[in-house]
Design a protein around this ligand. Structure first.
Ligand SMILES: Cc1cc2nc3c(=O)[nH]c(=O)nc-3n(C[C@H](O)[C@H](O)[C@H](O)COP(=O)(O)OP(=O)(O)OC[C@H]3O[C@@H](n4cnc5c(N)ncnc54)[C@H](O)[C@@H]3O)c2cc1C
Length: 311
């Protein structure tokens, strides 16, 4: 296990901002992960795990501690393709695409979500009405001492959340999903349609973390908040109002702080024009939150994971 020092997180994240992690290691197997954790314990330094860094906003001052990138990957189909067990570092999109080729259905609408299986469980990622929790059977995680197996219910899934967001020291090792038989051509057609929408929203190479803020769950709003968004109620889908609707209403499109910009075509998409710092991204997100709070009395919550001291 190679432990590197002062590794720039701007090189490890899709948003391309972030200062150095004091220590950085790539865990290529579970033994490597355990070794890295042992190093952090013996040297009394905090640790965090990352996948492909597609959903992270890392502070300009970096991360004090050890960052372990989960690199163990691979999946296998069992019981006549009804179940798949996937290692935490498996690329979700590749897996969904390969399964579609074999006529295995269940996550095809999530095709195009970047990142790893472990992070998909952590954040219960989803798109177009499918979420990780809908196919997930069980998760094997490392609790610091041993591997533990829990079922779907025990993962406490919610909108973009799971028990792993509460228990930050738990590390997803492997997940089992249940799939069904699908028509290969129909699956490929769904994937192609979704890819074309996604490609126009997130052009190749765009330095962004996906949607910046979570959508607004109507069930969590007070009656006065509901009243304030009344003009937008016909845009509600599945009990949620897209954060982009309110952001666009406050003029977010095209706003910017130095190299951090809101896309001209999407109010909930902050990207780095290659010159931004984490502080610019955070300042822009802060301005957007303030505008929405002032006008609609609703506090937007970031979907992006902030890491380190961000002013
Ligand atoms: C262009 C673009 C489009 C996107 N579209 C969507 C979308 O449609 N729907 C959606 O839900 N998300 C979307 N996202 C967000 C992103 O794809 C997901 O959050 C993804 O799960 C992040 O995966 P990652 O491996 O890059 O995780 P990272 O960004 O590296 O980490 C994210 C979090 O997961 C934790 N984590 C990572 N691995 C593990 C593990 N093994 N055990 C425990 N915790 C772990 C990390 O500590 C961190 O807190 C999009 C992002 C981009 C850039």
């Amino acid at each position: 296990m190679k432990i590197e020092k002062n590794v720039l997180m701007s090189e490890k994240t899709r948003l391309k901002v972030g200062g150095p992690a004091d220590f950085f290691a790539e865990a290529r197997d579970i033994e490597g992960l355990i070794e890295a954790l042992k190093y952090s314990r013996q040297n009394n330094i905090p640790f965090m795990v990352i996948g492909e860094g597609t959903n992270l906003l890392v502070s300009d001052s970096g991360i004090r501690g050890l960052v372990v990138k989960i690199c163990f990957s691979g999946y296998k189909l069992v019981e006549n393709n009804a179940f798949v067990t996937a290692s935490a570092g498996t690329n979700l999109m590749d897996m969904i695409g390969e399964l579609a080729e074999r006529g295995v259905a269940g996550m095809e609408k999530m095709y195009g979500i970047p990142g790893t299986v472990g992070a998909a469980v952590y954040g219960n990622v989803g798109a177009y009405g499918q979420e990780t929790k809908d196919s997930l059977v069980s998760v094997r995680y490392w609790d610091g001492e041993k591997a533990v197996l829990i079922n779907n219910q025990e993962c406490a899934f919610g909108y973009r959340t799971s028990i792993f967001k509460q228990c930050k020291d738990w590390i997803v090792l492997e997940a089992m999903f249940q799939f069904s038989e699908g028509d290969r051509n129909a699956l490929k057609k769904t994937i192609a349609e979704i890819s074309s929408v996604r490609d126009s929203k997130y052009p190749k190479g765009l330095a962004c973390p996906g949607s910046f803020f979570k959508n607004i769950e109507l069930s969590r709003l007070s009656s006065s908040q509901l009243e304030s968004i009344k003009p937008f109620l016909e845009k509600v889908k599945g009990n949620k109002l897209a954060a982009g609707v309110l952001l666009e209403a406050v003029g977010a499109k095209g706003m910017g702080v130095n190299g951090a910009k809101v896309a001209s075509y999407h109010g909930n998409l902050i990207y780095n024009d290659k010159t931004a710092k984490a502080s610019d991204v955070a300042a822009l997100a802060g301005q957007l939150k303030h505008l929405v709070l002032e006008k609609y009395g609703i506090m937007l919550e970031p979907e992006v994971q902030y890491v380190g001291e961000i002013s």
